[in-house]
Design a protein around this ligand. Structure first.
Ligand SMILES: [Zn+2]
Length: 273
């Protein structure tokens, strides 16, 4: 459970999740969680009233401090992006950092009421922001997103998105769920909109919080049903069927996209059709 107004003393020993801009502070000598006593964080003292408890790890409290855009890189610490945390640190650290970032971003972007424009205040017993005038209440934003690996015999459908930075990287189809839609409808719609094919045998795989900035990825496996690939040209630049034995660069298995590609490979190996 997330708690606010945590009493901090000189000796409070914790795992600190300290954000500056969209980066998190880590020790210089090792890409790991920042564990120390409060008095060792001299630079953070102005933020004492804003500490939020995100959870517990290794029997230590995980405490969040959002320093906004203040640059806090010091001699013994450095600031790193969450993608570096995903690639270089443990899964546990990534999970804690991801959750903390989403809470920090929520508080940062809900200082004023979206309904009447008045000031918002943190609710003291749950993670929410409430308007001091009209009582409008908001909770941390989570954007549901579906992602699907589509197999056709010994091939998988991979695409390159417009927003993708690397021109080498291919991934599977993903998209945000729309209001009033089931997850299954979202998968069928996204696939048809982006690459023009119909799918069948849709089954749930797993989910992963994806803090860039607040998606919840829900992964599916599916089989090709019908249609020719026709990319939409807006979100997807190119898409094709790739031989599962000879894949181009695909996302690492740290992401659910990479895990879905791996799982599709396994299915192909174990299948005879
Ligand atoms: Zn209001």
């Amino acid at each position: 459970m997330i708690e606010q107004n945590i009493p901090i003393t000189h000796e409070t020993y914790a795992i600190w999740l300290i954000f500056s801009g969209d980066k998190v502070l880590i020790p210089n000598d090792h890409p790991s969680l920042l564990k120390c006593a409060w008095h060792e964080l001299g630079f953070a003292h102005a933020y004492k009233e804003q500490v939020v408890k995100i959870g517990t790890y290794d029997e230590l409290p995980c405490l969040l401090i959002d320093m906004g855009n203040e640059n806090v890189a010091q001699q013994h610490f450095s600031l790193v992006g969450l993608r570096s945390v995903l690639n270089e640190c443990s899964n546990a650290f990534f999970e804690i950092a991801a959750r903390s970032w989403q809470v920090a971003l929520f508080i940062r972007t809900h200082r004023f009421c979206g309904q009447c424009g008045s000031k918002m205040q943190q609710v003291d017993w749950e993670m929410a922001m409430q308007c001091t005038r009209c009582q409008h209440r908001c909770y941390p934003r989570i954007s549901p997103c579906v992602i699907v690996a589509i197999r056709h015999k010994d091939k998988i459908l991979l695409a390159q998105g417009k927003s993708q930075k690397s021109r080498e990287m291919y991934s599977i189809i993903a998209g945000f769920v729309e209001s009033g839609e089931t997850l299954e409808q979202a998968v069928h719609r996204e696939v048809f909109e982006e690459v023009g094919v119909k799918i069948t045998n849709l089954r749930y795989f797993a989910s992963q919080p994806w803090p860039f900035p607040h998606a919840l990825m829900m992964g599916y496996l599916a089989d090709y049903d019908s249609g020719e690939i026709q990319v939409d040209g807006r979100e997807i630049l190119t898409a094709d069927w790739f031989d599962l034995e000879h894949l181009p660069t695909t996302p690492s298995t740290l992401s659910i996209a990479g895990q879905l590609v791996e799982s599709t490979k396994e299915l192909m190996k174990n299948h005879t059709d």
